[in-house]
Design a protein around this ligand. Structure first.
Ligand SMILES: [Zn+2]
Length: 209
């Protein structure tokens, strides 16, 4: 996450973060980049902004005037569009290791300790070899050691043999959480906005609030 500085509500950045786009009902829809932002601005589609900060990017030096160009953007914008977030919500977040580790906050679901990502793996709670599926609800972050120990045992077998148990319940991230997991460079005000819509049981709340 990027740090917002309180200086006049403006944050200087060297690389543009993504901008959070909301519909007229202030429901979040997607992350957009500067080109989309410029399009909405030039077509007067931006109705309002909900960010606490504006983002400023230092551009190139103009060869004629010698002045440095500055781009100033709102971090969260309301765009004039009828789109309901439901059309986005139908897309379940892609199950990738980085998204899974993010969902579980880099915490092993069996020993409960946190690890660096390189020491983590995707464990299929009900093993693929026994008919388990590669879905959000059947996967948990596991450290390499726990994953090796559990091997291709079911939860019941691992409990009987090693006293291993699942410490938290796997779930499919909701749409707000999906947006959080998708963007590695979320601004503080964007995070605050999105966290309001994240299920209270989500592990994202463990490292936030
Ligand atoms: Zn572990």
């Amino acid at each position: 996450m990027l740090e917002n500085t309180e200086n006049d509500g403006v944050q200087m950045v060297d690389e543009l973060p993504l901008i959070l786009k909301l519909n007229a009902n202030t429901e979040p829809l997607e992350w957009i980049d500067y080109e989309d932002y410029a399009y909405y601005a030039s077509t007067n589609k931006i109705l309002d902004s909900m960010g606490k900060f504006r983002v400023m990017l230092r551009g190139g030096i103009n060869a004629v005037t010698g002045k440095q160009s500055i781009l100033e953007l709102d971090s969260i914008i309301i765009v004039d569009c009828d789109v309901s977030p439901h059309s986005y919500r139908n897309h379940a977040p892609a199950l990738t290791n980085p998204a899974l580790f993010e969902r579980d906050r880099n915490t092993c679901g069996y020993c409960g300790r946190t690890f660096k990502r390189k020491d983590l793996s995707r464990d299929h709670i009900h093993p693929i070899s026994k008919g388990g599926k590669d879905t959000w609800k059947n996967v948990i972050t596991a450290c390499v050691g726990c994953n090796r120990m559990k091997d291709d045992m079911t939860l019941e077998q691992a409990a009987a043999k090693f006293d291993m148990e699942l410490l938290f319940v796997p779930y499919t991230p909701n749409f707000h959480e999906h947006l959080i997991l998708k963007n590695r460079r979320i601004l503080v005000d964007q995070m605050e906005f999105l966290m309001k819509g994240v299920d209270k049981d989500s592990r994202l709340h463990h490292n936030w609030n």
